[in-house]
Design a protein around this ligand. Structure first.
Ligand code: AMP
Length: 286
């Protein structure tokens, strides 16, 4: 595995592969890698010739400077894990490489950035995500890019951006990887104290309770959201949001007539966690 820090060295490392017509798969991350990230790398390894991973804790997508400062970083451990997964190229740029003095361009995906995380963290969060992902796509120019369903709104924002700007990349969405007790793997989980770690799996239980209701025929979104909220309350968790939305454009739903996305954000102890479940009701919708 080759590790590079500059845009110029990514371009030169990939030039020969591109000339030879090899397919390039790309996984953008913020590091502190866990099995969720590595599942994306493994999927790419199985599908493309050249696997490129970026590790960049993107300052412009953090609305909370304490969260940015506390974000876990361990490049040595991450590189060993990526090497073991047969990654070809690791791009780990500095902040000044990505945002040199004078940088002033922003990519904003207007509507789908507004609900859910947009309400909780502000729409600037996804402006930061869209801007960095657009820049990374321009640097790596992959044929495929791999994202986790764990960050459902990010998938919608990036998919919309790629369509709107005609960026020639296929977005591949991979299932959420979980701990044995259901907690979605996240780089932030290491910051949960013992009490919060014990309570956090209630988020998945809440999503499952909501999903079971939809599957058993409940079509009122408010009843579905209430079931999830009750399960969270039993674990002493008050969500920032617990929303039933369209998986296509994240529009809030009142009544469920097609596939739905149920999304939760909650602070557990000191740590803000997000999770979601997609419930497919297909053509049997009532
Ligand atoms: P992050 O480093 O948190 O920005 O995540 C980088 C990529 O890994 C994103 O596409 C995430 O959606 C994905 N990811 C993070 N956690 C998980 C997980 N538990 N399962 C699957 N994908 C994940």
């Amino acid at each position: 595995m080759q590790t590079v820090e500059t845009i110029a060295s990514v371009r030169s490392a990939l030039a020969e592969h591109r000339r030879a017509g090899r397919t390039i798969g790309f996984i953008p991350t913020m590091g502190a890698l866990h099995k969720g990230h590595l599942a994306l790398v493994r999927r790419a390894r199985a599908e493309v010739d050249v696997v490129v991973v970026s590790i960049f804790v993107n300052p412009i997508q953090f609305n909370d400077q304490r969260d940015l400062a506390a974000y876990p970083r361990d490049l040595a451990r991450d590189s060993a894990a990526l090497h073991a997964e047969r990654t070809d190229l690791l791009f780990a740029p500095t902040v000044s490489e990505m945002y040199p003095p004078g940088f002033q361009t922003e990519v904003r995906v207007k509507e789908v950035s507004k609900p859910l995380e947009g309400v909780s963290r502000g729409t600037a969060h996804f402006d930061g995500v869209a801007t960095v992902v657009a820049k990374l796509f321009n640097i790596v120019q992959p044929g495929r890019a791999y994202f986790g369903q764990k960050d459902a709104q990010q998938v919608v924002v990036v998919t919309r951006m790629v369509r709107d700007l005609a960026i020639p990349v296929e977005i591949v969405v991979c299932p959420t990887v979980r701990e044995a007790d259901g907690l979605a793997m996240s780089s932030r989980n290491v910051r949960l104290d013992a009490d919060a770690r014990r309570r956090a799996p209630a988020i998945k239980r809440a999503l499952d309770a909501a999903s079971r209701l939809v599957e058993s025929g409940e079509r009122r979104a408010s009843i579905v959201a209430e079931a999830a909220t009750r399960t969270l309350a039993d674990a002493g968790i008050t969500p920032e949001y617990c929303d039933v939305v369209s998986p296509v454009d994240l529009r809030p739903l009142e009544s469920i007539s097609d596939d739905v996305l149920i999304a939760i954000a909650a602070r557990v102890g000191d740590v803000r966690l997000i999770d979601n479940i997609l419930v497919s009701i297909g053509s049997s919708a009532q």
